[in-house]
Design a protein around this ligand. Structure first.
Ligand code: TXA
Ligand code: MG
Length: 318
């Protein structure tokens, strides 16, 4: 079957070294041909991201993924079989195919097979790797709709494919399987517990100092412009009165108490639901107030990723 006109245009742009807005099930990506160093460098320029921070290479299936790697360990094979296509990124030893521009000069590469049907269609038709970070300016809130991407980049990105609102809502879980013990580098769309169940061993958790190469590991990230504080539902009313003169926005489930005079942006009580709307709510809150109070979900399942992103969004800016 011939590809849709949008997919054909996206593939043509990629072949010419252009940038596209690519929908995935986690967040929208800013994609370029991973084999074209100039195109990859343009991602960094447009995003305003330090060039030593490596990018994830997206591919259509595990067979293509292996060509970017010097070899999948048994653990890499297990995780790929269990979770691809899906919101998991594997860090593996790279092959010569993965350039320094993509890997930030490291001897590993991040690989992911996304599950969004439009992303898969583009990847199959393109038949190569697409390097894609989240399609936001460096340090800012990740996009979960095509409109978010357009508002971040305007004319700097020629084509943004519209695949609807991202279903998962937070970035992929990143697991480093390049060494002897698998390590969780970033919590995300696949729960840590699920990964540990498949591996049969607990994941080591990366500490900040050893992994500042991953932007998700920097303290302040995923940040709205407004100030953000995390509070428990019990603390909400007290915290609100402390910040009384501010235009206050509250991101919490309806189980949290209502605060008179504040704008409440309700989120689902379950962690998966919270994850799905997290970034859209942060963007919305930014336009509505100068101070945001957020009540995070519990840490299990996708709650870990939501809590991680909220903590970074709340971290002091540099
Ligand atoms: O869900 C996602 O992963 C989205 C969608 C678009 O696929 N992409 C995404 O990309 O979140 P980005 O660039 O915003 O975050 C990718 C993370 C960064 O923290 C980067 O440093 C890390 O992956 N990473 C990539 N390659 C790596 C490597 N070889 N070693 C360690 N970390 C790596
Ligand atoms: Mg990002």
């Amino acid at each position: 079957m011939a590809p849709s006109p949008d997919v054909a245009r996206a593939v043509e742009l990629l072949r010419r070294g252009g940038l596209i807005g690519l929908p995935t099930e986690t967040v929208y990506g800013l994609g370029a041909d991973a084999s074209n160093e100039l195109a990859v460098r343009n991602i960094f320029a447009v995003k305003g991201r330090p060039s030593t921070h490596p990018l994830i290479v997206h591919v259509a299936d595990v067979a293509r993924a292996r060509t970017w790697s010097a070899g999948f360990s048994p653990q890499a094979e297990l995780l790929a079989a269990a979770f691809w296509p899906g919101p998991l990124t594997l860090i593996v030893k790279r092959s010569a195919r993965a350039s320094d521009a993509v890997t930030g000069g490291q001897d590993t590469v991040g690989l992911r097979v996304p599950s969004h049907p439009l992303a898969l269609e583009v990847l199959r038709e393109f038949d190569g790797g697409i390097a894609a970070p989240s399609a936001n300016r460096f340090g800012r809130v990740s996009p979960t709709t095509a409109a978010h991407v357009r508002s971040e980049f305007g004319d700097d990105v020629e084509l943004v494919l519209d695949g609807g609102a991202s279903q998962v809502g937070v970035e992929s879980t990143i697991v480093d399987v390049s060494g002897s013990s698998p390590r969780l580098l970033r919590p995300g769309g696949i729960a840590r517990e699920e990964i540990e169940r498949v591996l049969g061993v607990p994941l080591l958790v990366a500490t900040h100092a050893s992994d500042v190469r991953a932007p998700g590991m920097l303290e302040s990230h995923y940040a709205p412009r407004a100030g953000l504080f995390l509070v428990s539902a019990d603390e909400l009313v007290g915290a609100a009165s402390k910040h009384a003169p501010s235009r206050l926005v509250i991101i919490a489930s309806t189980a949290a108490p209502r605060v008179a005079g504040a704008v409440h942006l309700d989120v689902p009580e379950d962690a998966d639901g919270f994850a799905r709307v997290l970034y859209a709510k942060l963007r919305e809150a930014d336009g509505l107030g100068d101070l945001i109070l957020a009540v995070p979900p519990s840490e299990s399942g996708l709650g870990l990723a939501v809590l991680d992103r909220l903590k970074r969004a709340a971290a002091p800016r540099r």
